[in-house]
Design a protein around this ligand. Structure first.
Ligand SMILES: [Zn+2]
Length: 296
């Protein structure tokens, strides 16, 4: 076991958890949801309850991830409303076609906010390219890929200027995403979120100083490949997330996901790693605090 076995007392002081929450948790190990989409309409009716359930489950910090400028602004508003919510601002590759040619200036404004902890989500997504749609062709695909790469590069630039890291989305595009991030190693780190790739690819990500994070897929019956990668990922090199409203873990699979379910994810990950929840809590929260320096 590579965990250092940080005691509860040390852990408490390390993460500065308010007494009010600690009493409530009754020494329950805490976790963060490092990737949630709280601004989505899925939560319009009951967000206060969703946040309260997360706190009760010991999920003390939640990062709401922007997918375009409006969504990023909404994430900031939520961070202003709830003490435990933080924001990442960026433009998702799936919406790249709707992005202005240059998104750097508005992002530079948004990152000034004290609760903006990262740029993202950004990256490349080749899963649903326009060429596959009726009337689409290879040229459309090439144009779309180029636009995605362009706004990914712009977001890496803003992240470096702001001293922040990036939340990286990739789907069917690992090699290109990795190749685009690699030259920036040493200047900016990425977290390859919702990681479902092989242990070999995980090691390549870690080699350039980036990280991976795991979702509820680790609990799925058909998620053995992800559990294998979790088993191979060293403590201190990965974080936990829901990617809610998507990917609810077992036993909620198929339902709307929410940050409280990091609890179920953490239980499976601890089992796979053969460590205690306290050890997993200490390692993943420390990793997140280092990766997101404004997450305080
Ligand atoms: Zn996401």
């Amino acid at each position: 076991m590579e965990f250092t076995g940080v005691s509860f007392d040390v852990q408490r002081s390390m993460f500065n958890v308010p007494q009010r929450i600690l009493r409530h948790l009754n020494f329950m190990s805490i976790f963060y949801d490092t990737h949630a989409h709280l601004d989505y309409p899925d939560y319009a009716k009951d967000l206060t309850d969703v946040i309260a359930r997360a706190q009760t489950a010991g999920i003390t910090k939640i990062i709401s991830i922007g997918t375009d400028l409006e969504s990023s602004a909404r994430a900031i508003k939520l961070a202003e409303r709830f003490a435990c919510v933080f924001a990442a601002v960026g433009w998702h590759p799936s919406n790249a076609h709707e992005a202005p040619d240059d998104i750097r200036e508005p992002l530079r404004e948004l990152v000034k906010h004290p609760k903006v902890v990262a740029i993202g989500e950004t990256g490349l997504d080749y899963h649903r390219l326009p060429g596959g749609k009726p009337g689409g062709n290879a040229e459309d695909d090439a144009r779309c890929k180029q636009k995605q790469a362009e706004i990914f590069r712009q977001q890496l630039e803003v992240a470096i200027e702001a001293g922040l890291n990036c939340v990286v989305h990739q789907r069917n595009s690992f090699d290109d995403t990795f190749a685009q991030l690699k030259p920036f190693a040493g200047k900016v780190r990425g977290v390859f979120h919702c990681f479902g790739e092989s242990a070999d690819r995980m090691r390549r990500v870690l080699e350039i100083g980036s990280l991976v994070s795991f979702t509820g897929i680790v609990t799925f019956k058909n998620g053995q490949n992800v559990r294998d990668t979790v088993a191979a990922t060293p403590p201190g090199q990965f974080m936990l997330e829901t990617d809610c409203p998507y990917l609810a873990p077992v036993p909620y699979r198929g339902q709307r996901c929410e940050p409280a379910y990091v609890r179920e994810i953490s239980e499976t990950v601890a089992q796979v790693k053969g460590c205690s929840l306290e050890e997993l809590s200490a390692a993943t929260c420390k990793t997140a605090a280092e990766f997101f320096p404004k997450l305080k």
